[in-house]
Design a protein around this ligand. Structure first.
Ligand code: FAD
Length: 386
């Protein structure tokens, strides 16, 4: 993997900023109001190669690392945009890269890098299992040279805008598996090929995230689309979660920096009682405090990304980065709402939209309760609660 210098990282920031300037906040407000997928933005991001930076050069990507990828997402969100429309591809393709066969890498990665194929959907969550992933009940039963999938997923985002879905399903029921984490398998599902057996129902949510409920009825997946060894999929998903957490932390940091930038600007400009509102410590302190928290969270994200790129175990740092980023950003979001007063609620100021978007990361892709549990049990050695 190529190592970036500070100058390289600045160049990435500036280039992504320049692209984002073509998609101003009015663009994001409009897609939000119309519940529209930001198709033009995703195309531009793909065409400039930003979505494929983590794919090695031999498969058509830029072969960069986690910090560079994080900075790309951070800048999109800092510009007022929402990288949630494209972020998943960055971490889902890691399953193919790290656990797929050479044939799968050749078959999928160059097309994902060029934008010919989209791998934007990640099918984990189920209505009855929730955060307890090992309790999923969607099944994949081997018949000849294919798997037959039946079941249901919920809150699966971007399914209508993706060709492929990275899907987990049980190949052995939980009560027959040696361990609860065994018997789960990971597949690349070609949704376009199986569209007659897949029902997708959009879920209306408080943000524009193209999330859906998905029903599988005798969906066929050829055996060559099984990733790695049958029954070991949970391990592969877990190994991708550190990447996911670092990238989500980065997006959240972008939101946090957006709130601080906007709050500072507004607090300097808005004059009430014959002085800028930022002169009042009641307005100034929450902005300064969230700025400090966000800067500290950025250091943790940087540390996690560095460890990830060096191939070291970064579970502790990736989880802490996700927690610290999302909590400090939420603090900044509330500081911005307070700074803007009534105007924070007015759509033309964009704060209310970013406020809704920033809240997601405390819940998805993993709740901060589960992150805290990880730190308690796996880092500090406290008793397991589940
Ligand atoms: C907009 C959006 C997009 C999403 N996109 C995707 C996607 O693309 N793919 C996908 O697979 N999923 C997706 N999700 C699902 C998301 O990952 C889940 O909502 C999340 O993991 C929580 O699961 P749950 O909603 O079932 O909550 P539950 O598991 O029902 O939890 C509810 C609450 O109880 C808490 N809780 C539960 N058990 C414990 C415990 N043992 N200790 C402490 N607290 C606990 C949780 O922290 C949470 O606060 C998305 C969700 C949303 C809202």
């Amino acid at each position: 993997m190529a190592t970036s210098t500070i100058q390289d990282l600045e160049l990435i920031r500036d280039s992504v900023k320049a692209l984002c300037e073509k998609f101003p906040e009015s663009y994001w407000r409009e897609t939000d109001e119309n519940d529209e997928y930001p198709e033009e933005f995703i195309k531009a991001l793909t065409n400039e190669g930003w979505l494929s930076v983590l794919i090695p050069e031999e498969y058509g990507g830029a072969g960069l690392g986690m910090l560079e990828a994080g900075i790309i997402l951070e800048e999109i969100n800092r510009s007022g945009g929402n990288s949630g429309a494209g972020h998943a591809q960055m971490y889902t393709m890691g399953a193919i890269l790290r656990h797929g066969s050479e044939e799968q890498k050749q078959r999928f990665l160059p097309k994902i890098a060029s934008g010919e194929l989209r791998l934007q959907a990640f099918g984990i969550t189920e209505p009855t299992a929730g955060s307890d992933t090992t309790s999923i009940t969607t099944t994949a039963v081997k018949q000849g040279n294919k798997y037959i999938v039946n079941g249901q997923k919920i809150f699966i985002s971007r399914t209508e805008h993706s060709d492929l879905m990275l899907l987990i399903a049980r190949t052995t029921p939980k009560d027959q598996a040696a361990k609860k984490t065994d018997g789960i398998s990971l597949f690349i599902l070609d949704m376009k090929d199986q569209q007659d057996n897949i029902t997708i129902q959009p879920i209306e949510t408080m943000i524009n995230h193209a999330t859906t409920e998905v029903f599988f009825e005798n969906v066929e997946i050829p055996e060559e689309n099984l990733i790695g060894v049958e029954g070991k999929g949970f391990k592969y998903v877990l190994s991708g979660m550190n990447a996911e957490r670092i990238l989500i932390a980065s997006e959240s940091l972008g939101d946090g920096k957006y709130f601080v930038d906007k709050s500072v600007q507004y607090a300097n400009e808005r004059v009430v009682f014959n002085r800028p509102i930022g002169q009042n410590q009641g307005v100034q302190f929450p902005i300064s405090q969230s700025y400090m928290d966000i800067e500290a969270a950025t250091l943790m994200r940087d540390k996690a990304a560095k460890l990830f790129d060096e191939g070291e175990n970064c579970g502790e740092e990736a989880n802490m980065a996700k927690y610290l980023s999302t909590e400090s950003t939420w603090k900044a979001a509330n500081a911005a709402m307070d700074t803007f007063g009534g105007y924070g609620f007015a759509k033309e100021y964009h704060i209310e939209r970013k406020f809704r978007e920033a809240r997601l990361f405390i819940v998805a892709p993993v709740t901060n309760n589960l992150i805290t549990t990880y730190i308690g049990q796996h880092v500090l050695g406290l008793p397991r609660s589940f």
